[in-house]
Ligand binder design. Structure first.
Ligand code: FAD
Ligand code: SIN
Length: 533
């Protein structure tokens, strides 16, 4: 028996910075559901370390922040979008201060730190755990609002489109989601006149990633299956400095460590051990944009057969290091590394998904009633490589923008029609759940090996071949067995892996984060990769 749909005004899938910002902005007028696939604070937002970029200090300018963003993005950014987001940043920071986010202050002003690619100090932060403070403040405000219903442990499977209505209508309108309730293990329909995807990135398509377990690109895959265009998926960002450790695989060492003087060095025991190598690659040394620093580290690791390189800030006073990076300092001490006295072993790891669902300035997608915001989108802000600390900013600006558009156009959104229940009559429980785990591991391994920092057409084609085989297996499995959270994610991982590889094969040049030995130069004209459904 299918359960009765839960009916809201707006359904928001995602409880990170983008989803909660949109919810708080809609709540004064509308009844809003905010869905999370696990706990509410288990997205990337709570893991953000460095901070949020905004022009707040005399001597800095919007033009300079725009230029830095365009330089990092290798010219692929949309200048109008960049100007819109950067111009909106001070207002977004004011709203977070009003919500009680305890940003670090210096005298009467917010303290600003520096990160790679920024020509000025402009990162507001809460020590080295900014995301946690932001998540706590947004979640507390949302939980206190009577119009917001927070629904954790609900894994969205697919969008409800007009074809799921009891009377078929072909306009493609989106009415909410079908989702697997982890607590009851049943599939429910959660409906609304408007739906916002704020589902975060797809980092877990890679073996090594700084992103949390749930970053499986679900929103991107759902939007693609429903008929949205997806853009620039080949622009996968690798953060230069993830901790190298045999037990802890995905702990980020914030870029602010380099911003505050940290240097990248070859480890001892190799020719020229201890050498600070970044000045050999770029005049901006450790503060070059991420793609350049990550590629330089990858080059040194492969050239010398290393497991890692060293990030060293031990030349700075110990109190300064402890004061600026209390969370990282403590975490490393628990692993036997004292960063005030010794270097930190680091490697690049997948960190951010620059591509995603194409959205306009109002967060609208290609489908009526469907909006998207945050890391699951391609808004034109990041281009071929995201500038550090522009991501949270994008979440706040587009969360607000989508909410503002829904509010202004509410009367044009048709009411939800009767929707069909989820049909489980032809499926049974799986007898070999282990296959799902094997396939997960396989995708993440070959994506790392063949679709990583340095690519070739041959490697991409190898990945394409494996995706084709796995897709057949997973579709078969999906068609015959009751859905589980792992199966839902696996199906989405295959979809996003395919989108990444197809986009990478389409780009016949190297630009920003997409570097291929077969086309090492950038073409004269920068163009987005757009995949049509
Ligand atoms: P997220 O915060 O990732 O939230 C995604 C939400 O979607 C979650 O609630 C999840 O449960 C939900 N969801 C996903 N799929 C489903 C589904 N199928 N069903 C139901 N719910 C679903 N950026 C910066 O600007 N500054 C930084 O300092 C910074 N540091 C970072 C450090 C780390 C370690 C990482 C990983 C990222 C960092 N970033 C930083 C990037 C930034 O944190 C993210 O891009 C941003 O938080 C994304 O927010 P979001 O709201 O789009 O998604
Ligand atoms: C970091 O703190 O290095 C991450 C910042 C970001 O991803 O924007």
């Amino acid at each position: 028996m299918a359960s009765t749909p839960q009916l809201f005004d707006v359904v928001i899938v995602g409880s990170g910075a983008a989803g909660l910002t949109a919810a708080l902005s809609l709540a004064p007028r509308f009844r809003v559901a905010v869905i999370a696939k696990a706990g509410l604070s288990e997205g990337s937002t709570a893991w953000a370390q460095g901070g949020i970029a905004a022009v707040l200090e005399e001597g800095d300018t919007f033009e300079s922040h725009v230029e830095d963003t365009m330089i990092a993005g290798a010219g692929l950014n949309n200048r109008d979008t960049v100007e819109f987001v950067i111009g909106s940043a001070p207002g977004a920071i004011d709203r977070l201060v009003a919500l009680g986010v305890p940003f670090n202050v210096e005298g009467n002003a917010l303290h600003l730190t520096r990160e790679g690619g920024h020509s000025h100090r402009r990162i507001v932060h809460v020590d080295d755990a900014t995301g946690h403070a932001v998540q706590v403040a947004l979640e507390a405000a949302a939980a206190a609002h009577p119009n917001i219903t927070l629904i954790p442990d609900m894994v969205a499977i697919d969008l409800i489109t007009s074809r799921h209505g009891e009377r078929y209508s072909g306009d493609g309108h989106v009415w909410g989601i079908y989702a697997h309730n982890r607590r009851t293990r049943r599939v429910e329909a959660i409906t609304g006149r408007a739906t916002i995807l704020a589902t975060g990135g797809a980092g877990r398509a890679y073996l090594y990633s700084t992103a949390p377990r749930g970053a499986t690109g679900d929103g991107i895959a759902m939007a693609w299956r429903a008929g949205c265009r997806i853009s620039n998926m080949e622009m996968m960002q690798f953060h230069p400095t993830c901790l190298w450790n045999l037990e802890v695989k995905n702990f980020l060492i914030t870029e602010a460590v380099r911003g505050e003087g940290g240097q990248l060095k070859l480890p001892p025991g190799v020719p020229n051990g201890g050498h600070r190598f970044m000045p050999d690659f770029d005049a901006r040394a450790e503060l070059a944009p991420r793609d350049i620093v990550a590629r330089a580290i990858d080059h040194e690791i492969k050239r010398l057969g290393l497991d890692y390189v060293h990030l060293d800030i031990s030349h700075m006073p110990a109190d300064f290091v402890r004061g600026h990076f209390p969370t990282i300092h403590e975490k490393l001490l628990s692993l036997g590394i004292d960063m005030t006295k010794e270097p930190i072993p680091v490697v690049p790891a997948q960190h951010y998904t620059c591509g995603g669902i194409l959205v306009d300035r109002d967060g609208r997608t290609d489908l009526p009633g469907l909006y998207a915001a945050g890391e699951c989108t391609q808004s034109g802000l990041h281009g071929a490589n995201r500038l550090a600390s522009n991501s949270l900013l994008e979440c706040f600006v587009y969360g607000e923008a989508a909410a503002a558009h829904i509010t202004a156009h509410w009367d044009e959104l048709p009411p939800v029609p009767p929707v069909r229940g989820w049909d489980e009559s032809r499926v049974s429980d799986s007898d070999e759940e282990v296959i799902v785990q094997h396939n997960w591991r396989e995708i993440r391994r070959f994506m790392w090996d063949y679709v990583g920092i340095v690519r070739t057409t041959k490697r991409l084609e190898r990945a394409e071949h494996r995706i084709r085989l796995l897709r057949r297996e997973v579709e078969d499995y999906y068609g015959n067995f009751r859905v589980t959270p792992d199966l839902i994610e696996l199906r989405n991982l295959i979809e996003v892996a395919d989108l990444i590889v197809r986009s990478a094969l389409k780009r016949k040049e190297s630009r920003g984060l997409h570097y291929t030995l077969d086309y090492p130069r950038a073409l004269a004209r920068a163009e987005d990769t757009v995949l049509l459904p």
